[in-house]
Ligand binder design. Structure first.
Ligand SMILES: Cc1ncc(C[n+]2csc(CCOP(=O)(O)OP(=O)(O)O)c2C)c(N)n1
Ligand SMILES: [Mg+2]
Length: 332
């Protein structure tokens, strides 16, 4: 029997099951957050749905002990792979004191976890890009074996921060992986009205780095591209731009109504390529998962999501007195 695609990439059955589990965990947490938002329990959701394959496939190609992740707000799959837990994400959703991301000070989706090498970001889109470039420069100066992995949307690839960061990383051959999660929309603006070039990856040539566009619904394709980019970075050959093409399966956020600017037909068509379903089917076709194992995984994940929800709902809010902590220097 010939090797399956994941075996050709050097991945075991255990590896691909782990990728699937992390993708499914991200999806189930996200779905729960929408329910909590619609029932008035959490203030805001910004979804990863439709982008889990790109996120987890990419993160799986990195070294979580050495590399740094600079995620953007949809990257639940990335931060889960870097070790953030369902409980931590729910604490952030409920804005509770114990939330490691910001102690309940920030909106959900502003990921940050020092011990887990997840660098906190700001609300203005693309500010994480120059941060990733600076971190890679520091790593190079200190001769550390690390790459930085930064993500952003295709709309955000129009921001100056992307172009300045990419140029600097190209000139100085820094170990940065720029990953654009192209989900075809920037809020209500469709891709045709965002870019005059065909692919976001076409922009790489201007900054002296390779650019590649891959199917963002296929975690194995994304893994392969990011693995090659990480290897290049570690060899001192500089940055890479990877574009993953998928589709935003939900509205932009819990405050958006996407019926105003796209048709239900278009969304239904994209749902037929939902990576949770297509990667699940791949695992079954290749004898890695059967119906029984699929149910077992799903049940285990739902139990964890339920426990995380209960814990975070009951957890205390931050004390009012702590509101100015980290804003002003503390007196000795
Ligand atoms: C500098 C800046 N301008 C505008 C916004 C408001 N805003 C938040 S998300 C977003 C759309 C970004 O689209 P894209 O980069 O494609 O990412 P997606 O949300 O589609 O994943 C905008 C305009 C912002 N946060 N920061
Ligand atoms: Mg987008």
């Amino acid at each position: 029997m010939s090797n399956s695609r994941h075996e050709e990439l050097g991945l075991t059955n255990e590896d691909v099951l782990k990728i699937y589990e992390t993708m499914l965990m991200a999806r189930r947490i996200d779905e729960r957050m929408w329910l909590l938002n619609r029932s008035g329990k959490i203030p805001f959701v910004i979804s990863c749905q439709g982008q889990e394959a790109a996120q987890v496939g990419a993160a799986y190609a990195l070294d979580t002990e050495k590399d740094y992740a600079l995620p953007y707000y949809r990257d639940m799959g990335v931060v889960l792979h870097f070790g953030m837990t369902a409980r931590e994400l729910m604490l952030s959703g409920f804005a509770k004191a114990e939330d490691p991301n910001s102690g309940g000070r920030q909106m959900p989706g502003h990921f940050g976890h020092k011990a887990k090498r997840i660098v906190t970001g700001s609300s203005p889109v693309t500010t994480q890009v120059p941060h990733a470039v600076g971190l890679a420069l520091a790593g190079k100066m200190e001769k550390k074996d690390l790459v930085t992995f930064v993500t952003f949307g295709e709309g955000s690839s129009n921001q100056g921060d992307f172009h300045e960061g990419a140029n600097f990383a190209g000139v100085h051959k820094l170990p940065v992986i720029f990953m654009c999660e192209n989900n075809k929309y920037a809020i209500s603006v469709p891709i045709e009205k965002q870019l005059a070039c065909e692919n976001v990856s076409d922009r790489a040539i201007g900054y002296g780095m390779p650019g590649i566009t891959v199917d963002g619904n296929d975690p194995l394709e994304v893994y392969k591209a990011v693995k090659e980019a990480a290897d290049r970075g570690r060899r001192g050959e500089g940055p890479t731009l990877v574009e993953t093409v998928s589709y935003r399966l939900t509205a932009h956020s819990s405050d958006d109504d996407d019926r105003a600017y796209r048709s239900p037909d278009e969304v239904a068509k994209a749902k037929s390529l939902d990576p949770i379903i297509t990667f699940g089917a791949y695992l079954k076709e290749n004898g890695v998962m059967n119906d029984e194992l699929e149910k077992e995984i799903n049940d285990r994940i739902m139990k964890e999501v339920n426990e995380a929800t209960d814990y975070a709902e009951k957890a205390p809010y931050a004390d009012a007195e702590s509101a100015l902590k980290y804003v002003y220097a503390e007196q000795e």
